[in-house]
Design a protein around this ligand. Structure first.
Ligand code: NDP
Length: 327
């Protein structure tokens, strides 16, 4: 069983060398009386929150990885054997699994969902039909990290709800994609803007109603200056802070008060009960071609560390997925 192991806790930017590929043996049968499920992993999801799990944290909404053990994350898999009556051999599932060829999981602990609709690409269950999906289900106006897994969907859902949507991203290619493919009204490359405040004023001369926050740091500071009175900030993630030993200070926080802005964080795990409703809404839209969804799929478990590390330098265009096996 080929596995990607986290060697040690990480400080600063994660590197490929923080992980290693190992071989282990695994018994592919369910012990008598056990309710575990044996999975053959097909697709693995690379997500920014995994950086937080590479260090020792307490009181977080999700446990740290265990050094010396395989990395875990969301993925799509096939059931080889099942000790749980809700899952049968041959079922396709998505949920928390290991960065390895085969995993033994407990369905209730691993949030395993059975995949019923199979005539969409299976890798979509790591993204638009998996965890980053409902993260983006809401309304928005300004979206940072807009070309990625969450951002591309946030923008499209906001457009469906009739909003004026502007996104920021880190390269010309991504900015073009936002405007041409994802139909954002406007987009800009934050790396080329010396003055983020001026950039936001260009696109929002009357201010921002809703900001979907993915990056934090300097961008959040500039956005606070440009929010409208009674604006709302959906605090989804702050990727610019994940690799810093000392997080950057936000200087403009006082505007939360003077502009009566509401800023609220959320964690997608609180919304799993809405999953079937979300599928009812989104699957017909995917099949009718009404949502655009871009993935960046690399092949081979051995390429998983590079894919994960690449998130933090913006290598991925769209949702980063690792294909372990196609069936
Ligand atoms: P992706 O993995 O798809 O993309 C990561 C992207 O972030 C990179 O491609 C890069 O693009 C951008 N980025 C990296 N470093 C920086 C930086 N220093 N400043 C600005 N942008 C940077 O991300 P997701 O769409 O999956 O996740 C987006 C955010 O949503 C993250 O903050 C994540 O933690 C959060 N999240 C929160 C959830 C929740 O439940 N609250 C659930 C899922 C995600 P670029 O070229 O544009 O710089």
């Amino acid at each position: 069983n080929k596995q990607v192991i986290l060697k040690h806790y990480v400080s600063g930017y994660p590197k490929e060398s923080d992980m290693e590929l190992k071989n282990s043996t695994i018994k592919l049968n369910v012990p008598e009386g056990s309710n575990v499920v044996i999975l053959k992993n097909l697709y693995l999801s690379c997500d920014p929150y995994m950086r937080g799990r590479m260090k020792k944290t307490e009181g977080s909404y999700i446990d740290s990885f265990t050094p010396g053990s395989p990395i875990t994350g969301f993925g799509v898999a096939k059931v080889l054997e099942s000790g749980d009556s809700n899952f049968q051999k041959g079922d396709l599932v998505w949920g928390m699994t290991g960065w390895e060829e085969y995993s033994i999981v407990t369905p209730t602990q691993n949030n395993l969902f059975k995949i019923n609709d199979k005539d969409v690409p299976l890798s979509y269950y790591t993204g638009i039909l998996g965890m980053p999906r409902m993260t983006a289900y809401g309304e928005t106006v300004f979206v940072s990290a807009a070309s990625r897994a969450v951002g591309q969907l946030v923008g499209q859902f906001a457009k469906m709800l009739g909003c004026y949507v502007v996104g920021s991203a880190g390269s010309k290619e991504k900015v073009d994609l936002l405007k041409s493919k994802f139909e954002f009204d406007e987009a800009f490359n934050y790396k080329e803007e010396h003055d983020l405040d001026a950039a936001l004023k260009r696109y929002f001369p009357d201010g921002i109603d809703i900001y979907f926050e993915n990056v934090g740091g300097k961008m959040l500071d500039a956005v606070l200056l440009n929010m409208k009175l009674h604006g709302r900030i959906v605090a989804c993630g702050m990727i610019s802070q994940y690799n810093l030993e000392q997080t950057e200070g936000v200087h403009n926080l006082f505007y939360l008060i003077s502009k009566r802005i509401r800023m609220e964080g959320f964690i997608i795990f609180d919304y799993f009960h809405l999953y079937s409703k979300y599928l009812e809404m989104i699957i017909p839209k995917i099949k009718a071609g009404n949502v655009v969804y871009v993935e960046d799929v690399v092949e081979g478990l051995e390429n998983a560390p590079t894919a994960l590390v690449g998130l933090f330098s913006g290598h991925n265009i769209g949702k980063q997925v690792v294909m372990v096996s196609s069936e």
